[in-house]
Design a protein around this ligand. Structure first.
Ligand code: FES
Length: 215
C-alpha cells in the first residue's frame, strides 16, 4: 500500500533531480519496498508525483528486469550464469537451487517465499560462481552451499553475505535501492585480497619494467 508518508518520500526523490522524471527508477524500488512487486497503485502514485502518464511509468517498469509484476515473496535469489560463473559451476548451482525451491527462471518458489532468477554478470567474477540474496553477494558458492543458504533462510536463521552485510529481506533491500541514503553504504567489506590480486601483479610488473628500463 502506498502511504501518504511514502508519497512524501517520492516527492522528495523527484525534487533531487533537475528533471523530476529521472527519479522514476528509485521510485519504482520504493513501490517494491511497499508491496514486493510493482502494483497498479504504485504505478499511479509514480505517475501522479512525476506528472507523467501511467503508460509511461509502465513502459519503464516493464523494460527493467529488477521490477516484478508478481509477488516476489520474502527473498529474491539470483544465480549468475554468465561466462565465468557458468564455467565455474553457476549452471549446476542454478539447477540445484531451482530444484530446492521448486521454481523456474524469473518465478516464485513453490511456497511463494522466494523468487528465483538467472542473473547476468554482477561484476563479481573474482568470486565466481556468485549467488545473490536480495542483491547481497554470496561468493564462491557450490550447489550444496547455495542450498544450505536457502535452507537457513527458510528456517528463519540469520544469514550474512560473504561480504559482510546481514541479509534482511527483499522489501528492505528495495527501500535501500530507492532511498538517496540509508547510511548502510559502508556496511561490509568493499574489497579483499582476491579482488586486489590482479592489481598487485600489475604494479609489481610495472616496477620491474621501470627497473629494467633504468638499468
Ligand atoms: S560472470 Fe558471474 S559475476 Fe561475472
Amino acid at each position: 500500500m502506498i502511504t501518504d508518508a511514502m508519497r512524501a518520500e517520492m516527492r522528495d526523490l523527484a525534487d533531487r533531480y533537475p528533471s523530476s522524471r529521472s527519479a522514476l527508477l528509485p521510485m519504482l524500488h520504493m513501490v517494491q519496498s511497499s508491496d514486493d512487486q510493482v502494483t497498479q497503485e504504485g504505478i499511479a502514485a509514480c505517475a501522479e508525483v512525476l506528472g507523467i502518464t501511467e503508460a509511461e511509468v509502465t513502459a519503464v517498469a516493464t523494460f527493467y528486469t529488477m521490477y516484478k509484476f508478481s509477488p516476489v515473496g520474502k527473498h529474491h535469489i539470483g544465480v549468475c550464469i554468465n561466462t565465468l560463473c557458468g564455467l565455474l559451476g553457476g549452471d549446476a548451482v542454478y539447477a540445484k537451487v531451482a530444484e530446492r525451491l521448486g521454481a523456474t527462471h524469473n518465478g516464485p518458489s513453490a511456497d511463494g517465499n522466494f523468487w528465483l532468477e538467472r542473473i547476468e554478470c554482477q561484476a563479481a567474477c573474482t568470486h565466481a560462481p556468485v549467488m545473490t540474496v536480495d542483491w547481497e553477494f554470496m561468493d564462491d558458492v557450490t550447489p550444496q552451499s547455495a542450498v544450505d543458504i536457502i535452507d537457513r533462510l527458510a528456517a528463519g536463521e540469520e544469514v550474512w553475505s560473504t561480504r559482510g552485510p546481514k541479509i534482511r529481506d527483499f522489501q528492505a533491500t528495495e527501500r535501500t535501492l530507492g532511498l538517496a541514503s540509508d547510511e548502510l553504504a559502508t556496511e561490509g567489506n568493499c574489497v579483499d585480497e582476491k579482488m586486489l590480486a590482479g592489481l598487485i601483479v600489475a604494479r609489481q610488473q610495472a616496477r620491474e619494467q621501470r627497473g629494467s628500463d633504468n638499468s
